[in-house]
Design a protein around this ligand. Structure first.
Ligand SMILES: [Zn+2]
Length: 320
């Protein structure tokens, strides 16, 4: 550490500078540097204590308010972080980072209108921040304001055309607007740039599925589960795509994978039963339905199929 007055080396524990006699425990710059050192070592409580000490000496020490906000944010104390960032704004001459972090904390609290406002303020100061446009888009999306979300995300992508997270969320916006073809285009671009982006691969499959492009959808779900075998929604949707394609054996294989991961998923047992029925595998169907009904005796589809199965098993009953 350095003495802020004379720049000579001093120990972090020193109370006074040996060279110039400066009172280090009351020097806000010294306290701040000491706090930063603790903070970067992950010692958040110690760092917070030092910033508090600095603020006792100078309540308008902007840097201490800002970093205190960051430390509180890291600790999940978002309300307190917001208060610190607001205090930091009062004295900050270049407040872009402060508005940005304030927006993050407000978003974390679910105060979406406030986070939108903070990101907008940040963008007034720096239009070129793709990340701020992206975060603004997320806030709008969470607030179900799809038009503004799209506009903000497109701005992010104009600045950084291969910004995969922004492209992915843009795909989600198109998807929510029911524009599957635009969603497909975005998600496809994301997986082209980043083939291991499983969530984008899955959403690509979903958009294709909704568009009725079942074979293509199945291919994407297949790729998703082959790179992440324990991804139950991927296996389930693969089963759905195969079932709708009439590929019942393949669907059974996919549903079986879901049940390995989620053995208590009654709905998947029902799907398994449906596929077995289609293949005239009545014993397997009965077994799957039995399991669905053990897990959820009120499952309507299971009740309906079980009644149907009983009729199939007694074809010579009177009047049939
Ligand atoms: Zn000194």
């Amino acid at each position: 550490m350095e003495c802020p007055k004379c720049n000579s080396l001093v120990s972090a524990k020193a109370r006074f500078c040996d060279q110039c006699g400066a009172n280090l425990v009351k020097d806000v710059t010294f306290l701040h540097h000491k706090a930063l050192e603790q903070y970067h070592r992950g010692l958040i409580d110690e760092a917070l204590y030092l910033w508090e000490e600095a603020l006792k000496e100078n309540p308008e020490f902007t840097k201490a308010h800002y970093y205190k906000g960051l430390a509180l944010y890291d600790r999940g104390e978002l309300q307190l972080a917001v208060a610190s960032f607001k205090k930091a704004l009062k004295g900050e001459k270049e407040p872009f980072r402060v508005y940005f972090k304030l927006g993050l904390a407000q978003y974390g609290l679910g105060d979406l209108a406030a986070s939108v406002e903070s990101y907008r303020q940040a963008l007034e100061l720096n239009q070129k921040s793709a990340e701020t446009h992206y975060r603004l888009g997320l806030s709008y999306l969470r607030n179900s304001d799809l038009e503004n979300a799209q506009e903000a995300l497109e701005a992010a992508v104009r600045i950084n055309p291969e910004y995969t997270r922004a492209l992915y969320i843009l795909g989600m916006v198109h998807s929510q607007k029911g524009d599957n073809l635009s969603a497909i285009e975005k998600f496809r671009f994301v997986v082209t740039i980043s083939p291991s982006y499983i969530a984008a691969r899955f959403e690509l499959g979903m958009a294709l599925f909704k568009e009725g492009l079942l074979k293509e959808a199945a291919d994407e779900f297949e790729k998703a589960v082959s790179s992440k075998n324990r991804f139950a929604p991927g296996h389930f949707m693969l089963g759905e795509a195969y079932r709708k394609l009439g590929e019942f054996s393949l669907a059974i294989g996919a549903y079986t994978e879901v049940l390995k991961l989620n053995p208590k998923d009654a709905d998947t047992y029902v799907r398994l039963a449906e596929c077995n029925l289609q293949l005239d595998l009545l014993d397997a169907a009965a077994k799957a339905l039995g399991q669905a009904l053990v897990l959820n005796p009120n499952n309507r589809d299971a009740q309906y199929l079980q009644a149907h199965l009983k009729e199939m098993n007694t074809p010579h009953k009177p009047g049939f």
